[in-house]
Design a protein. Sequence first.
Length: 268
Amino acid sequence: MPEASNGDVTVYYEDEGAGKPVLLIHGHTLDRRVWEPIMPALNSAGCRVLRPDLRGHGLSTRPDGGYHVSHHATDMAAVLDAADVVRTTVVGFSIGGGIALEMALTMPARVGAMVLLSPVMPDRPFEPAFMDNLREVARVARSEGIEAAMRGPWARSPLFANSFVKPGVREKAAAILRDFPGAEYLATRRDHVERAWTVPERLSEIGIPTRVLVGELEMPGFRAFAEEAAEGIPSARLEVVEGCGHLLVFENPELVGRRIVETASCAG
């Protein structure tokens, strides 16, 4: 498997196809396998697909700190460099959407178009119910281990509740969650990054084709993140996916695949 280096971090990634490049950035506690359901659509369209494991996930390095979206974004730039890709469509799911936004603002020459799936909005707080669950996940991870945290409180997260009722979705997610190494929960260094701007206040600077997809049954806070992205990015289009929760890639892979292919065809 190819790898990219960013300082002392090594990021492993899959590199498939030879057409227009598409970079797929997965969500927290997942890895590159989350994209498997949409690969047939991207392969059929002749895309070149880069699927990295974020630092602290999958096979990539698990540092003691450095999990801010800015750190992940520079890792993704290293992947593009290693793959000899100058400019790409960036697809971000959940925190991957936040990383995509960071890339669009800090390295705009590398991002030709974006698809944001149930995105996190960097520099915005999560809603209380979600934060309560995250605190419990962290507590269990440190006291009982990562596996117990993934099987217990994280699997019961309100973020997944409306997705896990769909046939097969819980099982597909669990197959990836059980391999999460948990480095971010066990990190010993803080990830606070001082800077004079926030992502939300700069959304209007993003001038590339952007599709924002969010589930009809998504948590209110995440629905608000998606709406803010769509309203703040001048060229963005918002699509509410009927009957779906947070895990759009598992719940409606056909639609997600189509939207990525459509957006990649518009990339500059």
